[in-house]
Design a protein around this ligand. Structure first.
Ligand code: AKB
Length: 319
């Protein structure tokens, strides 16, 4: 049985990954850690208040709970990273370096997500290959490319079992994302249910890859359970489930809510980032090497998101 530490467990992915991994591996075998107290996560399993930049507490926690697998989910995302690039570098790289060193010291496997943000304007835009030119123009992307290289370095030099996927935008209905370029694709569903209207910050024709949270959680488990002998790549695998523009997600929501309206107030910063990223990724290496097989498309995800958010609203759970 794995003994897992999730660092940054209070965020969009971490909050759901903790529950998912506790269901699979048992509550006591999955330790959630975050810089802030998270009551929900502390209710049914071990929880530690920990700053990932504090190497001593990080190492102490891994040792104390006899951890063998670390999920490092600490990150400042693309939009917020452009507001303070130095802070983005110090948090994103600081958490990664500590994760790598602790993983090396305590012989742990390590998962650290990369992103479609690791690509840039010079990467092929459509069906972006697994191995291609990567010259991102955001600090977030610079951190992600550096992180991929460092993680491969620790694997080659020290034998640390590092693995990673390049996440597209992740859509979920539990914890909201914060500070990303793809966040609009979550916000649109909440706005539809709350106001029957959405003001979109991304131009109507800009496509980006996306993933529904259940597929993202499966990717984490499947990759970390994969037979290492079958992994030709490690850091990091392209994965995707769908690619759409604001106009396409709007049309899909209108199938369920014909009166839903949307107007564009494009945010130039977000537009620049979104235009610098791929329209669609080629995820065939992930499919071949560890059986990546997403289950959700835009139509099914939209029906599910609207149903769940509408139910939350009826139950008085939407703030
Ligand atoms: C962002 O938009 O910054 C993130 C990402 C695609 O990595 N959601």
């Amino acid at each position: 049985m794995k003994r897992i530490l999730i660092v940054g467990a209070g965020g969009q992915i971490g909050s759901e990954l903790t529950t998912h991994l506790r269901d699979i591996y048992g509550n006591k075998n999955v330790v959630a850690a975050d810089v802030r107290e998270c009551r929900d996560l502390a209710e049914n399993g071990p929880f530690v208040v920990m700053n990932a930049l504090d190497a001593n507490t990080f190492g102490y926690t891994v040792n104390k709970y006899r951890i063998d697998t670390i999920f490092n989910l600490v990150a400042l995302l693309s939009v917020v990273g452009e507001k303070d690039p130095q802070l983005a570098w110090s948090i994103n790289m600081g958490a990664l370096m500590n994760s790598l060193d602790v993983a090396r010291q305590y012989n742990c496997s390590l998962f650290t997500p990369s992103s479609i943000g690791a690509f840039g304007p010079s990467s092929p835009k459509v069906n972006t290959p697994q191995d291609t030119l990567m010259q991102p123009t955001t600090m977030y992307g610079v951190c992600k490319v550096t992180g991929e290289l460092l993680s491969n370095y620790y694997f080659q030099k020290y034998g640390v079992d590092t693995r990673s996927v390049r996440f597209p935008g992740i859509i979920s209905n539990v914890t909201p994302p914060g500070g990303g370029t793809t966040d609009y694709a979550v916000d649109i569903y909440y706005s539809a249910i709350r106001h029957n209207h959405f003001v979109c910050p991304i131009p109507k024709d800009v496509k980006m890859d996306m993933l529904y949270m259940p597929d993202a959680l499966n990717a984490c488990v499947r990759l970390m359970e994969a037979d290492p002998a079958k992994l030709i790549h490690r850091n990091s695998f392209n994965i995707t489930a769908m690619s759409f523009s604001p106009e396409e997600i709007y049309d899909e929501i209108r199938r369920h809510m014909p009166d839903f309206t949307m107007k564009y107030e494009v945010d130039p910063g977000k537009e620049a980032i979104a235009r610098s990223w791929p329209d669609s990724l080629d995820d065939s290496c992930a499919r071949d090497e560890w059986g990546w097989a997403p289950q959700w498309n835009l139509a099914d995800m939209t029906a599910d998101m609207l149903t769940i958010i509408a139910r939350k609203r009826r139950d008085g759970l939407l703030i």
